[in-house]
Structure formats: C-alpha cells, structure tokens
Design a protein around this ligand. Sequence first.
Ligand SMILES: O=C([C@H](O)CO)[C@H](O)[C@H](O)COP(=O)(O)O
Length: 410
Amino acid sequence: MQIAKEAVEGGIDWIEIGTPFIKSEGMDAIRTLRENFPEHTIVADMKIADTGSLEVEMAAKAGADIVMVMATADDSTIKDALQAAQKYGVRLMADLISTPKPVQRAVELDRIGVDIINIHMGIDQQMTGKTPVDLVFEIASKIRADIAVAGGLDEQTAARSVEAGADIVIVGGNIIHTDNVTEATKKIRRSVDNPQLNQAKKLDMDEEMRKLFMEISTPNISDAMHRQGAMKNIKPMLNDTKMVGPAITVQTFEGDWAKTVEAIDKAKEGNVIVIYNGSSHIAPWGGLATLSSLNRGIAGVVVDGAVRDIEEIRKIGLPIFATSNVPNAGDPKGFGEVNALINCGGQKVKPGDYIIGDENGVVVVPAERAYEIARRAKEVQKTEERLFDEIRRGGTLSEILKLKKWEKQK
Ligand SMILES: O=C([C@H](O)CO)[C@H](O)[C@H](O)COP(=O)(O)O
C-alpha cells in the first residue's frame, strides 16, 4: 500500500497487482487496492492458465479493470476468459511470458480478440540477460490490440519500448525495489513521456556484469547464491577494499612462490590471481609481488595461505586477501601449475570464474553463471535498500518482514 501511494505520487497511471502478491493475499489484494485507489486502473496479474471464466470473474468482482491470462493457455481458456471479461466489463490482457513462438501467438491472440498483448520477460529470464524490448517492434507492426511491455524495464528500456510501439509500460523492480519510490517513478514517467531524451549507450553483457559486481557487496552475492561461493577463512589485508575480476589460478606448495610470481606475467589486465598455497606460516606473496601486480593492472590477489609485508601492501593499495600474515618468505622452487582447477578457501576455482572481494571476504562465482548471479545479487541489494528505508521510517525489521506470519508452519 505504501509503495502504491508513493508510486501514485510519482505519476503512475495504473497499478498492477503482481502474481506473488495475489498468491499471498488472494482477491483481498485486489479489493484493498480498489478501495484505496478508486480512480486508478487496477491490473490483476492472475496469470490464468485454466478455468478462464471463473478466474476472470473473481478478479473482476474484486475490483480489477484488467485481468491477465497466460498466452500459453489453451484457446478454449482464452475464449472463455474473454467472454467473462466482456460480461463483467473488464479488459483481458494476455501475457506472452515463456511463449515458444511469441510473434505467432500474439497474432493468434489478436485474432481471437484479446484486448492487450503483454510482451513480458519474467524475472528469472531477465537474470540470464533476456529483455522484452527487441520483440516489441516486431509484434507492434503485426497486431491491432494494445501492446504492453514488461520485464526489468528501467528508464532506458522503457523509452526504447515506447519508441518501438508499446502503449503500456509495466515497471516492477525498478520502482518498487528502490529507496525512493516517488523519485524512481518520476524518472520512468519522464522517460516514457519523452523517450527521445533517453538514449544512453547500452552496455554489453560483460561491461554490465562488471559494473554490477562493483556496485554490490559479497553478502548480496552470497544471498543470491543461497550461501554458496563464499571462501572460508580468507580475510582482507586492507580496509575499505573492493576487488572484482576473472580468476587466473595458481596451484603451488607450502611457501613455494615461483608459480605465484610467474602468474603475474601470464595474467591479463583486470585478472584476480587466486592461489592455493596451503601454509599459514610461510608466505608465497609479499610487497614486491604486489607492486609488480599493480604495474600489470591486476585487480587483486587471493591466497589460501599466508602473505607478508603488510605495511608495503597497504602503501601500494592493491586488494590482497589471505588466511594470515607472517614474516617468513618461502623459496622459488617451481612446483605447481598456473591455470589449473584449484581449491581456495574451500571453494573450487577455475580460470575465468568471477572473484569478488570486499571487507566481508571473498566469493567465487562460476564463469557460466556470473552474469545471472550479478543480476540476482543486484535485486537482493535493491530489496535491502527498500528495507533500510522502511526501518529508517520507524518500522522494526520483524514487523516489516512480517516474520511471525512467514515462519515455517508445522
Ligand atoms: O509480472 C511480473 C512478474 O511476473 C511477477 O508477477 C512483474 O510485475 C513484471 O515482470 C514487472 O516487474 P519487473 O520485471 O521487476 O519490472
């Protein structure tokens, strides 16, 4: 309710009641919003898959103006839902989420008489880099129904959708997961009203992922990975430190620093050198190796083992993480390997995996899931920002989370 009020102040036209909200609170979610926002169009994202007529009737009677059916539902469900929509004076919107042939299905639904086609990439799909925007232009030129678009839209993608032919722009996370909902809404509103003013350069997936990892914390990443990925007993050697980059790995043995130093020359700019050494008493890394790494543009170093020369490391300022610091140096014996699969802080690390370190510690994100995890961790961070805002306004954490209600029932 609070978020809806703030979004109305920011200039939204319609209020969509999302599927998780409807599943949690049932038709009362629609009734309550109808009562509190009598002038606003209410969209009930029922995601109807069957019993089209009954579910449209339920939502319409509770106060919805627009009811959402799955585009993948059988034609018999869609047609029945449409008849109920006409009977109860509401509009039917079909959601193309996960439709195998979205363009073809949009044309079919348009012919059946659905009022609005929603070109939608679901939240899980967005995390893998999928966006609904490219489909808008293609579908807009083929159908007469109104076109809605949804799926991770922000100022830029909302503007691009409008320019591509969208009539309705649905924005969730980039409004509701912000610490200033009114301001976030105003920004989207401005960009929908003046799409030509929002033509910022689109980052490629690698640039976007790096930017996200720089913005989020290792706790955000750990939450997004369901507590997988955090290295054990690895501590930052500097305060206020942040490290992000793909791994170059080094397997070496107690105090042998030959391969660790050779890795500096083999590393590419932006790499994080991740070392398994296995001794907490003899250091395979110190001040000279740190300066040499800084000069090569290396993003940081993680050692499952000891490091030394902490004062020099502090002066140089390169992020270094290790299990301990000691005075003893090892010797360059030459055992081990660069770019092997290693175990560091109890986590498997292969070359190219993303390594993120900050004052909380270090996490490893498998290369093949790095983009997805960066996106999911950003969502974790946004949700926390909203919670911080609600606590600042005076709520307690357990009240805001409705902790009692959501404890596991026996
Ligand atoms: O429909 C939605 C989702 O399936 C949950 O019901 C969202 O409202 C829609 O995706 C918009 O939210 P964002 O993708 O976070 O912008």
